[in-house]
Design a protein around this ligand. Structure first.
Ligand SMILES: Cc1cc2nc3c(=O)[nH]c(=O)nc-3n(C[C@H](O)[C@H](O)[C@H](O)COP(=O)(O)O)c2cc1C
Ligand SMILES: CCCCCCC(=O)C(=O)O
Length: 354
């Protein structure tokens, strides 16, 4: 069975060194990158026996859609840097595994081509630019292509300081460009973010989004119960517990460590998704037990894409989904709604009272 670790090693063999650092790296001393993975490593599951579990069901329902397994692909820029087909390859691989794809504002392939490669309507990750007309154009293009959900990333007033990229003087490979944005100079992601991203956003951006689109909006980058509450008040259809894979705030908490607090605050009013460090099916079950309705997987998908293209993406995601089912049967968990916090040993319970 292919694992995230095996694909990481395979990608290391084939990827350009600066591109590798761009993907693997995070902000500052990369504390948050490591914290995400360590938080999952520290989890132990408390199996229950003789539960009559039988074949478990990994099915779930998110925003009215049935998912075969509670796993989606996290939004990541520029898949064309890893495979010529870019997001079209990722979409078709994810489709074979039954997983939705969240497509980055900085996708290297056109939204219409990506949507045509999958039977599962893609979601659009949104960066809100200073020039709102560009943001609006991105949304309209995705809507016309049949995208169903917007994911507003709120942890990126500008890109975090990524020391590997600074040391390498990182520039995007020739020919790697955002396919759904007006022409511009995108060669340095860090510099582009400083000129184009709006660092002054506040919760009213959700009002603006609702005034221009009927698509539901999830807020990605929530790490505090208070912000989950504000997101719901502002009309968000869901929250994504994320520290951007440790690429923004070096001292951000591991996402798994704040999940229970956020799920408790949300209390079922909207879906709670999580990303950061999810590598195994057992990680997916731990996140579900602590309150995630679904998870997103980031870097391992790019590793699989770089190593084996679309087929690699499918094989990786199927392997994680199968591992989830194995872990469920071995812990006596018949369905995702049966995964409760008592299943998990070694993570903190909610601490914030609102
Ligand atoms: C190379 C790369 C590019 C990314 N691009 C985006 C992006 O365009 N928009 C976004 O919201 N998050 C982006 N992310 C963050 C991911 O959506 C996600 O939060 C993170 O990768 C999850 O952690 P994991 O990689 O440990 O699974 C990117 C991450 C990586 C590694
Ligand atoms: C100017 C932004 C380029 C792509 C940013 C991708 C991203 O979010 C990341 O973490 O890297």
């Amino acid at each position: 069975m292919p694992t995230a670790l095996a694909y990481q090693a395979a990608a290391h063999e084939v990827m350009d060194r600066h591109l590798w650092d761009f993907v693997e790296g995070g902000a500052g001393d990369e504390r948050a990158v490591l914290a995400n993975v360590h938080a999952f490593d520290a989890v132990r599951l408390r199996p229950r026996v003789l539960t009559g579990c039988g074949e478990p069901s990994t099915k779930t329902r998110i925003l009215g859609r049935h998912w075969r397994t509670p796993i989606a692909v996290a939004p990541m820029a520029y898949h064309t840097a890893f495979d010529d087909g870019g997001e079209v390859s990722t979409a078709s691989g994810a489709d074979r595994a039954g997983c939705p794809l969240v497509v980055s504002t900085f996708a290297g392939r056109r939204f219409a081509d990506i949507a045509a490669a999958t039977t599962i309507a893609p979601w659009l990750q949104l960066y809100c630019f200073k020039d709102r007309s560009v943001t609006r154009h991105v949304i309209e293009t995705a809507e016309a292509a049949g995208f169903e959900v917007l994911v507003l990333t709120v942890d990126t007033p500008r890109l975090g300081r990524r020391l590997r990229d600074e040391r390498n003087g990182f520039r995007l490979p020739d020919g790697v460009l955002p396919a759904n944005l007006p022409p511009g100079d995108f060669s340095s992601p860090s510099e582009h973010s400083r000129t184009a991203f709006d660092p002054g956003l506040d919760w009213t951006v959700l009002d603006w989004l609702r005034s221009i689109t009927a698509l539901p909006v999830l807020v990605k980058g929530v790490l505090a119960a208070e912000d989950a509450e504000l997101a719901i008040k502002a009309g968000a259809a869901g929250v994504i517990v994320s520290n951007h894979g440790g690429r923004q705030l070096d001292r951000a908490p591991a996402t798994l460590d704040v999940l229970a607090e956020i799920a408790a605050a949300v209390d079922g009013r909207c879906p709670v998704l999580l990303d950061g460090g999810v590598r195994r099916g057992s990680d997916v079950l731990a996140a579900a037990a602590l309150g995630a309705d679904a998870v997103l997987i980031g870097r391992p998908v790019l590793h699989a894409l770089a190593a084996e293209g679309s087929e690699g993406v499918a094989r990786l995601l199927v392997a994680v989904a199968e591992e989830l089912a194995d872990t469920m049967v071995l812990t006596g968990t018949a369905s995702l709604s049966d995964a409760r916090p008592e299943l998990v040993i070694g993570r903190r319970q909610p601490t914030v009272e609102l």
